[in-house]
Design a protein. Structure first.
Length: 708
């Protein structure tokens, strides 16, 4: 999924079943839920009647929730295969044990018990009461790696109070809708003085409460003998979310079944509902992102249906794509619910925030400045406004291409695919190629885009995401094809490591935290084709406007938009710091040529470090570093790009002085007027700052290239 920042997401799940299939001894209920359940009429009770013939028969328990926060989110629980049992005056709801490897009759975990209200020869009526009173918060999208062996395998969330709104029985399921007040506890580190840098904080036990709207469904369950479950790829050529299934008689071992849909020949395509609130101008891009996966599969595995009701949970064998009008969210995400015995997806959801359509001015920011890739000046087509909704053809096209790529990424997750952060390191493009393609894209409304990554499951930079989003209108990507064709095949013959590298979240976590190394060709948001061209282009673009950006920053602090009547002290603001020369990325990259400590290739990480071998040589890293440097003419070429002309701040300084002398304007929506003494102070400051930056840049460049 795409990066999720600043959110506390409650991941709900009930006990998931990881027994091997042949250990399930319970019989199957009738396929029609109405033959098992009915909503009985009771006074002041939430009654459910179950036929005695359906006791000890298997049902699939699905739970989804929606938070009642300011930014509501849907949250999916881990499904569980369950049975109802009756004893005396109680009916128990049990899930099959996660770790059972023998003795199926006793391998059940109690979820909850309910009081029997009535009984006759053929049925039992019990009180559902106020609904479920506890929920397991295991991850619903599971991975193979165990990142923290000491962490508890399962934890739960207490439901303090509930209100059952309705009980509904259809031929497909029995459904209970309840509003639940849930309580979570966690140990957090908290400072006595949050502003004291020396205060490291102390553990604090925090308890929080929130409200969830829960949808609980019980579906008649029967293993589908026609579904071909598949074990995960041990070679790590492709990566999928998994369902861990216990191996018979082996307590410490599990087999990992990949999550995938049942779209085998003769089965219906997965229905993909697009919520009715999706803006009309972006519908085609959203549909393209979904149907991209049909190109990957080579057949119609997904079928789009517009106008989906985003108030409801998705039906079985479907995906709901929800448009979330949240302009500054900065993320999208997905979740899916799969059969815990086979890995077969039951239903899934994708959440697209409108932030990815906020592309006003993106065309100007994408314009390359790295010589000789100079492009036309688009400055006349853009104005400095805070509303980021695109209002010109270039930015509208960027928004649609960005959305197409992001939707394809999220749908990829609910097709079972993990992140692959090596996609951008697996293409044949160079960094200079990408800048040239960006230039042409901005000038050509019919541009076909480019293969800036071998998969949509990577995190790539904005301009490369846009190029990829345009490219996938007509082209499947090689890693995605390999992964899904393998998933729906009966063997491993299609796996081909030369198609694309694979590297996911746990590789970055383990390499960074345990081994203290950076994997050079597996990074988030790294540049396609090598880092030098992108780093140089970014530095030069920011360097050329360093004084203008500094003036905007100063004015925004002196005249803060959030407090219209307040004017800050100009001297206080000017004393804060100097402009930033944006050389950190280049310093890191060039540092690899001085000393290779702390950086390795994916090949060395996967084949040596993870296997416990200690070797100094890393020929793949050597080749990558050499190729990346040669793209820009070697170290001498880097020096030439970075060495400025005499008086390199003059043009930007002139723009700044003109703006100061004008004396008025609008900054972040607030109008301002400069007093004469403020003008004089700003003119002196920026004249001095220009000279400082020229001296400082030369000093930092001398240090950067020392010893090379």
């Amino acid at each position: 999924m795409k990066k999720l920042l600043g959110l506390l997401v409650l991941s709900l799940s009930l006990a998931a079943c990881t027994k091997s299939e042949k250990e399930i001894v319970y019989k199957n209920p009738p396929a029609d839920a109405l033959e098992s359940f009915s909503a009985a009429t009771c006074t002041k009770k939430n009654c459910i009647k179950i036929e005695k013939a359906s006791l000890n028969k298997t049902f699939m328990l699905l739970v989804s929730g929606k938070s009642n926060s300011g930014a509501p989110q849907w949250l999916d629980a881990n499904p569980a295969v369950v049975v109802f049992q009756k004893s005396g005056g109680q009916v128990g709801l049990f899930s099959v044990s996660v770790d059972a490897i023998y003795g199926a009759d006793d391998a059940k975990e109690l979820i909850q018990s309910f009081d029997v209200l009535d009984e006759d020869a053929t049925s039992v009526t019990f009180d559902w009461g106020s609904g479920l009173n506890t929920l397991r918060n295991d991850e619903s999208m599971q991975i193979e790696a165990e990142l923290d062996p000491a962490a508890p395998k399962r934890t739960s969330v207490s439901i303090l109070s509930s209100f059952v709104q309705k009980v509904n029985v259809t031929s497909e399921y029995i459904e209970v809708v309840q509003v639940a007040k849930v309580q979570q506890s966690a140990i957090n580190t908290r400072k006595e003085n949050p502003f004291d840098e020396e205060d490291k904080g102390k553990p604090n036990f925090d308890v929080t409460e929130s409200t969830l709207n829960l949808n609980v469904q019980l579906l008649p369950y029967k293993l589908d003998p026609g579904f071909q479950a598949k074990e995960s790829d041990a070679s790590k050529t492709v990566g999928f979310f998994i369902a861990p299934v216990a191996k018979e008689h082996l307590g410490d071992e599990k087999k990992f079944l990949i999550t995938k849909w049942d779209i085998s020949p003769g089965k219906e395509p997965v229905r993909v509902f697009v919520s009715a609130n999706t803006p009309a101008e972006y519908l085609d891009a959203v549909k393209d992102g979904i149907l991209y996966w049909n190109k990957v599969l080579g057949f119609e595995g997904l079928k789009v249906e517009l106008g989906g009701d985003d108030r409801t949970v998705p039906p079985v064998h479907s995906i709901m794509v929800r448009w979330i009008p949240w302009d500054d969210a900065g993320f999208a995400y997905a979740m899916g619910q799969a059969d815990p015995l086979t890995g077969k997806f039951i239903r899934a959801q994708v959440f697209m925030t409108s932030a990815f359509a906020m592309t006003k001015g993106r065309g100007k920011r994408m314009t390359p400045v790295l010589n000789p890739m100079a492009a036309c000046d688009f400055s006349k087509a853009f104005t400095a406004m805070e509303d980021l909704r695109p209002d010109n053809p270039v930015d509208v096209r960027i928004a649609n291409d960005m959305l197409r790529s992001v939707v394809a990424h999220e749908i990829g997750h609910v097709m079972g695919l993990r992140h692959n952060f090596a996609g951008s390191a697996s293409t044949s493009l160079t960094g200079l190629d990408v800048l040239g393609l960006v230039k042409n894209y901005l000038l050509d409304a019919a541009h076909a885009g480019a293969l800036t990554a071998t998969t949509v499951m990577d995190y790539i930079t904005g301009q490369e995401e846009v190029l990829l989003g345009s490219y996938i209108r007509n082209n499947p990507l090689p890693y995605d094809q390999t992964a899904l064709q393998w998933a729906y095949s009966t063997d491993d013959k299609i796996l081909e490591t030369s198609t694309a590298k694979y590297c996911s979240d746990e590789d970055l976590i383990i390499s960074g935290s345990r081994d203290k190394v950076v994997i050079y060709d597996c990074q988030q948001f790294d540049a396609t084709g090598g880092p030098f061209a992108a780093l140089l282009n970014t530095h030069l673009r920011l360097r050329n406007t360093i004084l203008s950006r500094k003036l905007d920053d100063v004015l925004a602090k002196v005249f803060p938009a959030e407090t219209p009547g307040f004017i800050n002290s100009l001297d206080r603001v000017l004393n804060e710091n100097h402009g930033v020369l944006s050389l950190d990325g280049l310093k890191t990259q060039i540092g690899y040529y001085k000393k290779k400590d702390g950086v390795v290739s994916l090949d060395k990480w996967r084949n040596d470090i993870q296997r416990g071998f200690k070797t100094d040589s890393d020929p793949v890293l050597d080749l990558n570093l050499k190729a990346d440097l040669e793209q820009v003419g070697g170290m001498n070429g880097v020096k030439q790009y970075l060495t400025p002309a005499a008086g390199w701040t003059d043009a930007d300084l002139q723009k700044v002085l003109t703006a100061i002398n004008t004396g008025k304007g609008v900054i972040k929506g607030r109008a301002y007027v400069l007093a004469p003494e403020q003008k004089a102070r700003l003119i002196q400051y920026f004249t001095d700052e220009a000279q400082y930056l020229q001296t400082q840049l030369q000093k930092e460049l001398d240090e950067l290239f020392q010893g090379l």
